[in-house]
Design a protein around this ligand. Sequence first.
Ligand code: CO8
Length: 257
Amino acid sequence: MEFITVNPQAKPAVALVSLNRPKELNALNLQLMSELRDAIQALDANPEVRAIVITGNEKAFAAGADIKQMAGKNTIDMLLADQFATWEAIRRCKKPLIAAVSGFALGGGCELAMTCDMIVASETAQFGQPEIKIGVIPGAGGTQRLTRAIGKAKAMELVLTGRFISAAEADRLGLVTRVVPVELCLSEALSLAAKVAEMSPLAVRLAKEAVNQTYENHLNDGLHFERKNFYMLFASDDQKEGMAAFIEKRKPQFTGR
Ligand code: CO8
């Protein structure tokens, strides 16, 4: 594993997966996501593990999908790469996933946190779906899960403007389970995981399934719709311009083409 580290017994029956691409603010490139999928699947199959915490570092949980890796892609490249199969596999984890978020959780980073069952945020956490600023839209569930978590009025604002929200605002809006000082974030997430891990694993699994069932069927349609629109934008000049502008550290000039 190059971009993640795994501790299967960070606490009794609790595994810790740390995203480890600090120079790029844990930008989620294909390899990192494959490693994360493999780790989650192995932990899901490991009977010694009953709950899993995913974390980043103090500066970033993850600043999104890797823009440099996506910038030159077209719609067909994206469709054939089928990166969302990896995300689907993570989503299918039967054990509780808890995100411990400090710093940036943006774009795919926010989507990864929302794919988890609970989010423990530190006071420094910032959440956002800034894809609109680089000429695309959320692709890994942001339009669906954020809307369900915080409601249409707020989600629409965040998705259409790319504004980041603080941990305090995320707490008020119901996006996160709790907010704690940065130095306590990981230990709080591990303790929460340990508490869940004391329960009957079977009951926990079925409770997770049942809570997810509140929107799971509709969510599938929504994810599919979002994905198609995300892919479609890779046929646009604005996606090329938006991502090139990010890489070249300048303001994009969008033309609507
Ligand atoms: N992709 C690639 N590289 C990144 C990313 C990213 N998402 N975010 C940061 N980096 C890199 C920077 O390019 C920089 O690299 P270098 O040192 O080589 O120039 C390094 O990380 C440090 O970043 P900054 O210098 O920009 O750090 P700042 O503290 O000034 O700014 C920010 C931090 C505000 C987080 C800024 O880096 C930023 O805006 N990042 C991009 C955020 C973003 O737009 N995220 C959404 C990406 S698109 C997406 O996630 C779509 C998901 C769809 C599904 C995914 C499956 C296909």
